[in-house]
Unconditional design. Structure first.
Length: 221
């Protein structure tokens, strides 16, 4: 089974604050404490980063092989990529799945497996573990969205086509909320990622999407 096929199969099988302050100062109602809101946004970012550290430790506790694959503590990069675009409830699941994706296709942030076979196995484990976390929120729609994401990524990989970053961004931004069907069809049938890009930007904002896509491109290329 190819990495792309494994990625799709494993996920489906589990089944189960400065720029912000500038904008807020001119747009939020006067009664909102902008400084306090800015601290809250920073707190959410810290929580997302901490969730990646938790993912690393949980994986290490599951298997000596995963523990041996961890990068040294000072070399890990627990920086979230796509989860800041969406609901915090899904953050740890999204970033866990994305780390699995990076183990298959890019430069992981937390792990440095000794060989390709270990990378594929660890990636599969993280796909499954991340999906379990998303399913635990009770959102069947979110699980469906992730299965669709993996299918789109598998197709893009198989065809050397566009749209992986846009699919990740749109799915993270609207995970479980609906509104992605037409955009997914445009990519799947016409290889057109522009609708996915548009819905991601409408939901999360241009700056956030640009940052996520740039971080993705730096790791996957």
């Amino acid at each position: 089974m190819s990495p792309a096929s494994s990625f799709r199969f494993r996920l489906a099988a589990v089944g189960a604050v400065e720029s912000w302050r500038s904008i807020a100062s001119s747009n939020l109602p006067r009664w909102i404490d902008v400084e306090a809101a800015g601290r809250f946004v920073a707190h959410l970012a810290a929580l997302r980063a901490m969730s990646l550290a938790v993912t690393a430790q949980l994986a290490a506790g599951e298997s000596p092989l995963w523990a041996a694959s961890l990068r040294p503590a000072g070399e890990r990069e627990p920086v979230p990529v796509f989860s800041p675009l969406g609901d915090t409830a899904f953050a740890i699941g999204v970033e866990t799945i994305y780390e699995g994706y990076l183990l298959h296709y890019g430069a992981p942030r937390l792990f440095a497996p000794a060989d390709e076979d270990t990378a594929l196995l660890l990636g599969d484990y993280l796909y499954a573990h991340g999906l379990v976390r998303v399913a635990a929120t009770g959102s069947v729609d979110a699980v469906h969205d992730l299965a669709e994401l993996i299918s789109l990524c598998a197709q893009a990989r198989a065809e050397s086509g566009p749209g992986e970053a846009e699919a990740w961004a749109a799915t993270a931004a609207l995970l479980g909320a609906g509104g992605l069907a037409d955009a997914r069809t445009a990519l799947r049938e016409r290889r057109d990622p522009s609708l996915l890009d548009r819905v991601a930007r409408l939901a999360a904002g241009d700056a956030a999407v640009d940052e996520a896509v740039a971080a993705h491109d730096a790791r996957v290329g």
